[in-house]
Design a protein around this ligand. Sequence first.
Ligand code: 13P
Ligand code: SF4
Length: 302
Amino acid sequence: MDKKVLIENILSLKERYNAVILAHLYQNSDVQDIADFVGDSLELSRKAQAAEGDVIVFCGVRFMAETAKILNPGKTVLLPDADAGCPMADMISAEDLVNLKDAHPNAAVICYVNSGAEIKALSDISCTSSNAVKVAASIEEKEIIFVPDKNLGRYVSTFFPDKRFILFEGFCPTHNKIKLSDLESVRAVRPNTPILVHPECLPEVVQKADFVGSTAQIINYVAKSDKEEFVIGTESGVIHSLSKLCPTKKFYSLGNAMICPNMKKTTLESVYHALDKMQYKIELDADIAKKASVSLNRMLSL
Ligand code: 13P
Ligand code: SF4
């Protein structure tokens, strides 16, 4: 189908089914452009919770669509590509977390929202990359089990030297592959260009960066800065939103193209088919969803 026709069809189906389209900042440019709202994980959770209408088409990865369903269970939540998962979220099983809790019975559990519903159900509180430090600050316990991202966990732990963090060995393949040597090479060529990275990057990369933040925090940093050039250390989809927001500024990717293959699975075609066939519906075990909502709502209430 011709792109223009595809977009027209999506918009008319959206109206027919009273749907809202939410897209993560890592999505393909075309998908970002037809969304009602584009944002980071935290912003999308809030939008999903407040969504009116009947259907939420979630252009992102599975854990994000699950989060939308948990926070707004009355809606039909669609993930346009059934295989759009997050390898980091899949690295930890419920059994792994139960074992960690058994080994550290006095510890509070923070789960990064990049995790399955079962992991959230077993955790005291969730966090995203933009509020992880704030979430950890709200914990009274001296010991914190942080799952599944070891890099984000280590970054957060640097703000709380008095607490003991027990980290799980999960990581994001897209962010974890950026090496300190990548940062040093770009620094050598562009010594005055700020390097902005996501906290899912390796600790040595995070330590040498000029700014560390979630995708939306990186965008806010660029929008407020009087600099004209930036090196972006997160998934390349962000550069589309950055270029729209700040068309005169220049962006360079840190390392070779940082692409999350799962985020790129959603296309205009899959969004069209999602609405046309009402696929793929997120269905969750009611008991797990209820428990997971406690951990998510605790985060959102902070
Ligand atoms: P944000 O919390 O910045 O949206 O990041 C989500 C994510 O999947 C990062 O890889
Ligand atoms: Fe998961 Fe990394 Fe992709 Fe984010 S960028 S969805 S953490 S694999």
